[in-house]
Design a protein. Structure first.
Length: 88
């Protein structure tokens, strides 16, 4: 059975950790900046948008890391010169 290239779970988590921490700080700011008595209505949309953006970036990064792993699994081509030698 052929094994599929996979992204490194640990590398992915480490790369996303800083983005996650920054986003959580922005969530805290949104909650703190909401007017008293209107904390939910004053912060809910901003928090939802922050999580949506993080979800998109996290998914894109994971996909790119998987593509990079797949590309790394194949040896580089020998180049045009090698192919010309084979056709002659």
């Amino acid at each position: 059975m052929e094994s599929k290239p996979v992204l490194s779970r640990d590398d992915y988590v480490n790369q996303m950790r800083q983005e996650m921490e920054e986003m959580l700080g922005k969530v805290a700011d949104a909650i703190n900046e909401a007017p008293a008595g209107y904390v939910i209505s004053g912060s809910e949309e901003k928090v939802r948008d922050l999580f949506a953006d993080l979800r998109r970036r996290a998914y894109e990064k994971g996909l790119q890391m998987r593509v990079d792993a797949a590309e790394a699994a194949f040896p580089p081509s020998e180049g045009l010169e090698h192919r010309e030698d084979q056709t002659q």
